[in-house]
Ligand binder design. Structure first.
Ligand code: ADP
Ligand code: MG
Length: 327
């Protein structure tokens, strides 16, 4: 892909954490929370990270905003490694990449009014605004669908959905180009979820934003994203264009994820995976082999010993699975 069109690239990212010891003399083991993950995010597009809890989604997001140090690998924003930026470029990067968290209750300072919450990042990051901070703040409020007089209120005076609107406005305060949304609607009621997702879509158009969208909810990813990355225990098992991946998934894990989505049709039964694991899969000092092998209904002998590489198998699809070798 043309490099000038790429806003973010994650290259062979590995993040490890010390695993809990069960007794003092035990050898230190490591959780390979993110293991050799690479992907690119084209400008103006939405890339979705999907996978069950513990698959490494938040860890990838935290690495991108430099909240943790990777074990190895690189993260490039507009083709420059974020680890080699000068002070000025780093400040610029801090403005251009913003994070929206799952929990709008804990991510807003309860002692600040909305007006203060929105103006603080402008001051801290020395954002260039043609008008006053006050005027930009009012524009942000309008952009996220809040009323002018609500600027004087405190976070606890709002509902969950409105709080998430404040969090979104705060993220927009530094005029970002990339928004990382980590489960932004998971804490909200379904009806409110749809409003927030629609707001994010409108803002993407209005402000030419690129999104890295994290969710364990496939419906949300399908609605929001152009490209999808499916993670399992810290590794990418499948990537593809949203339209194709949801229609014809390849990896057995992606298939299981899609089957697990409850259907509105009463004739379809809920899929309840009945799995008898010999060994519970884990990312703690993993051995070679596919991490999904112990659960996979189609595992071959090599799946237990050879780690499958991510291979392109269609125009837009890549899969890490021994079932699709040699295409
Ligand atoms: P997800 O967001 O997909 O639910 P996370 O990125 O939060 O997954 O976690 C991935 C793995 O890394 C999990 O096994 C989790 O327990 C572990 N992990 C995450 N953060 C830490 C940390 N600060 N210290 C130790 N282990 C961590
Ligand atoms: Mg998470």
């Amino acid at each position: 892909m043309d490099n000038t069109n790429i806003i973010l690239s994650v290259e062979n990212l590995c993040v490890r954490f010390k695993a809990m010891k069960s007794h003092y003399f035990e050898k230190q083991r490591y959780v390979h929370a993110v293991d050799d993950v690479s992907f690119v995010l084209p400008k103006g597009k939405s890339v979705g990270l999907v996978g069950e809890s513990g698959s490494g989604k938040t860890t990838i997001a935290r690495a991108i905003v430099n909240l943790l140090e990777p074990y190895s690998g690189d993260i490039k924003f507009l083709n420059k490694s974020i680890y080699s930026l000068s002070d000025n470029s780093y400040l610029d990067y801090r403005k251009k990449v913003q994070f929206i968290f799952q929990d709008p209750y804990s991510s807003l300072n309860p002692r600040y009014t909305v007006s203060e919450i929105l103006q603080e990042p402008m001051e801290l990051l020395k954002v260039d605004v043609s008008e006053s901070y006050q005027t930009s703040m009012l524009k942000l409020l309008a952009a996220v669908g809040l009323r002018e007089e609500q600027q004087y209120l405190f976070p606890h005076q709002f509902s969950g959905g409105q709080r998430q609107r404040i969090a979104i406005a705060r993220a927009l305060a530094s005029k970002p180009e990339l928004l990382i949304c980590d489960e932004p609607v998971s804490a909200l009621d379904v009806a409110v979820q749809a409003q927030i997702l629609n707001l994010l879509k409108t803002l993407q158009e209005d402000f030419s934003l690129s999104y890295l969208f994290i969710s364990h909810d496939l419906g949300v990813i399908q609605y929001m994203c152009d490209y999808v990355i499916v993670l399992y225990l810290g590794q990418i098992v499948e990537t593809g264009v949203s339209e194709d991946l949801f229609v014809s998934p390849f990896h057995p894990y992606t298939k299981a994820l899609l089957d697990a989505v409850p259907s509105a049709d009463p004739r379809e039964h809920f899929y309840v995976p009945t799995v008898e694991c010999i060994k519970q899969p884990s990312a703690v000092d993993p051995e070679p082999g596919c991490r999904y092998a112990n659960i996979c209904p189609k595992a071959l002998r090599e799946c237990y010993s050879l780690t499958p590489e991510l291979k392109q198998i269609g125009e837009t699809t890549s899969v890490a699975c021994h079932l699709y070798e040699g295409e």
